[in-house]
Design a protein around this ligand. Structure first.
Ligand code: S3P
Length: 450
């Protein structure tokens, strides 16, 4: 099924008995997109293991091919990319269609903007609504031109890169790894130093991979929460092997399910524990969750651990705004956990949730209301009134082409008295294609209504 033309597939989750088992969720989405793009920009063959084979990442693989690289699947999660080197991209012959993928499209815009080529970017109905000006504004400062765009800086958009990109110093207007990465990727083909300043640190996979591939990157702290990242342009990136760890943003769904379904005990294997991604685990522990990190170790330049999760009572907490960048994709599932907690949970500073795959602030609030949970939005804060372990459920959550909204409300359904239905689970395949079988394997009663 194409992410651009989905046929809605309603899915139902029903109250389940204790979840048990050991599972490994698929590879990290952020690293998977980057692995393919770095493979394209390096000279030689990059071997990637554990690649997430979700629809979003497969769109990036198509873009890599369109830009002159070779991306070949040699086994499950096992890929080879032959790159063209920084400066060696070919102009794509047709539109780059990224489906639902914000990360794939925005990072590729950075790659294109560093090269003297023209490319048109497009996506599905969700991606066409998302703001792209935040990405192209700094790229224009680097010499790129927007040839055409939809009103409000939306896709479809055609971008032409300059003959020679200009290195800049850029302070991101919001903490966003996508903006930071687009500028750094364009800066790869600029002579001299490109600097990105962020006032709150966002995920640092691009910086880590730049170093892994041989680029010179200086990371300094900037204020209490921020960073200043400086890249020396025009390095020769050397093809390097990448092991993609299990995605903490996907692990979040079975993890919260195991906390909420009484009697559960599961182990999630090899989950990435990069501190810029684990704000959810910190928050859940503050709520009283029993999450144990077993066998902490390093793999492919990232820290990983097996997570043992046991069900138990949760209490409401106040989640500070400065934690948002480290758990930006986890608020839908945190809101579900908060619905089962005792007392109120206030999640602060969530303005960025308005511009994700859907308006997640509204989608979460609406879904919780449909499940019988009291919730309110105050400015950029989401406040959920915990139901002390007993959530009615029984309603239908509208998912607005958003995979994480679908998975969050299915997790709610496993622990709610009357279960929960989501109007469309088709988009789950963008990030976690094995979600339903994996949850069923743990004992969760989740079924597609075809
Ligand atoms: C991502 C960055 C985040 C996140 C997205 C993946 C990345 O977006 O929501 O799912 O891989 O760089 P923003 O940079 O817009 O916050």
């Amino acid at each position: 099924m194409s992410a651009s033309h989905p046929i809605p597939v309603p899915v139902v989750a029903r109250p389940s008995s204790a979840l048990k088992g050991r599972v490994r969720v698929p590879g990290d989405k952020s690293i998977s997109h980057r692995a393919l793009l770095f493979g394209l920009l390096a000279i030689g063959e990059t071997r990637v293991t554990g690649l997430l084979e979700g629809e979003d990442v497969l769109r990036t693989a198509d873009a890599v091919r369109a830009l002159g690289g070779v991306a070949t699947r040699v086994g499950e999660g096992d890929w080879r990319v032959i790159g063209v080197g920084v400066g060696g991209l070919q102009e794509p012959a047709s539109v780059l269609d990224f489906g639902n993928a914000g990360t794939g499209s925005r990072l590729t815009m950075g790659v294109v903007a560093g090269h003297p080529i023209t490319a048109t970017f497009d996506g599905d109905a969700s991606l066409r609504k998302r703001p792209m000006r935040r990405i192209v504004d700094p790229l224009i400062k680097m010499g790129a031109e927007v040839i055409s765009e939809e009103a409000g800086g939306r896709l479809p958009m055609t971008i032409r890169g300059p003959r020679e990109a200009v290195p800049i110093v850029y302070e991101t207007p919001v903490p966003s790894a996508q903006i930071k990465s687009a500028v750094l990727l364009a800066g790869l083909n600029a002579p001299g130093k490109t600097t990105v300043i962020e006032n709150e640190a966002s995920r640092d996979h691009t910086e880590r991979l730049l170093r892994h591939f041989g680029a010179e990157v200086l990371v300094e702290s900037h204020g209490p929460y921020g960073r200043r990242i400086t890249l020396t342009g025009q390095p020769e990136l050397k093809a390097s092997d990448i092991v993609v760890p299990a995605d903490p943003s996907s692990a979040a769904f079975p993890l919260v399910a195991a906390l909420l379904v009484p009697g559960s005990e599961i182990v999630l294997e090899s989950v990435m524990t990069n501190p810029l991604r684990t704000g959810l685990f910190t928050t859940l522990r503050e709520m009283g969750a029993d999450i144990e990190e077993l066998n902490p170790r390093e793999e492919g330049g990232e820290t990983i651990a097996d997570l043992r999760v046991r069900a138990g009572a949760l209490k409401g907490v106040d989640v500070p705004a400065e934690r948002a960048p480290s758990m930006i994709d986890e608020y839908p599932i945190l809101a579900v956990a908060a619905a089962f907690a005792a007392g109120e949970t206030r999640m602060r500073g969530l303005h960025e949730l308005r511009v994700k795959e859907s308006d997640r602030l509204q989608a979460v609030a609406d879904g919780l209301v449909a499940a019988g949970v009291a919730v309110r939005i105050e400015g950029d804060d989401l406040i959920v009134t915990g139901q002390n372990g007993i959530v009615r459920g029984g309603g239908e959550a509208a998912t607005y082409l958003d995979h994480r909204i679908a998975m969050a409300f299915l997790v709610l359904g496993l622990a709610a008295r009357e279960g929960m239905r989501v109007d469309d689970g088709a988009m789950i395949a963008t990030s976690f294609p094995s979600f339903i079988p994996l949850m069923r394997g743990l004992g969760g009663d989740v079924v597609e209504e075809r």
